[in-house]
Design a protein around this ligand. Sequence first.
Ligand code: ATP
Ligand code: MG
Length: 366
Amino acid sequence: MASNRTMLMLPGDGIGPEVMGEVRRVIDWMDKRRHVSFDVKEDLVGGSAFDKHGTPLADKTMQDALDCGVVLLGAVGGPKWDNLPFDKKPERGLLRLRKEMQLFANLRPAKCFDALVEASSLKPEIVRGLDIMIVRELTGGVYFGEPRGISDIGNGERRGVNTQVYTTSEIRRVAAVAFELAQKRGNKVTSLEKANVMESGVLWREEVTKLHQEKYKDVQLEHMYADNGAMQLVRAPKQFDVMVTDNLFGDILSDAAAMLTGSLGMLPSASLGAADPATGRRMALFEPVHGSAPDISGKGIANPLATIQSFSMALRYAYDLGADADLIDQAAENVLKSGVRTADLGGGSAKVGTTGMGDALLKELD
Ligand code: ATP
Ligand code: MG
């Protein structure tokens, strides 16, 4: 059925197409049972796009992504393409999407499902009920700042340089995303930087504070040095609701937070761009945190829940279908509670493969 909910689906490589197959079944279910339909286009990205078009992302696919506004991606990469030149590598396809869609806010939820508390690397009492959202700035900071490079400085010495740069508008737009998320969650934002040693950190703290005063006074704001944040994340993670930080600290803190919750096969993510002033809609890309998992691809044993939850993040953040997202997340929780497990989750009473997990989820949704 035609609808104004357009989506570009890019299953990609390795287990990507396997887990995306289960999302397709959820989309069919929504059409049939909830009368919510999507206009889904499908295309290639990564190694599979290289094999067909000689590039990890064809121009036509890039244009479709911009036209659709919403991309759901599986995974890219694999040993087959490891030795390609830099600009042909599967990962470049994903980077091009992020760059041209101008996705500046990366959302990484770290949520501990009750049924998986035992799978966490931490004590049950520390992680039970954990539900954090990390917002990482994605297009600035030390990853892109100039000058950068390696140079000879004489006497056999060399120098490697990176520069951390942030402007006020870069800080404000990502902080605004964090405040708006907090308003729909626990109403608290922790902003992390190292204002004690970095100028960009001083500016970050000032701008977040100003924006808070101007527009988000109802949200509780706290500032924390990033190193202390890392410690608190392991010591008492439930003190956090939304954490917002720069590109580099966000990379590190979101990986650390992921390990609090158990398996990679459970972790979704979203990357958001600027809101269109006319429609309020944002460019957005949703993808699981895990990669293409070449070691298990083709075996039908990959856990599809990270990708299904990435779809539910799309419902929540791109289509304003929060109630439907809740339904899917709750169904996943119930399925896990009933003991259904893919191999990566261990334990449980009913071992299933990728489609078995999909079956269990659809049954629970019904
Ligand atoms: P990338 O460089 O793309 O991040 P990677 O090799 O670092 O890839 P993954 O591809 O995510 O990481 O795989 C890491 C490990 O986790 C592998 O052993 C893989 O089998 C496992 N894994 C990843 N995703 C899943 C999943 N959905 N279900 C089951 N196991 C998974
Ligand atoms: Mg990796």
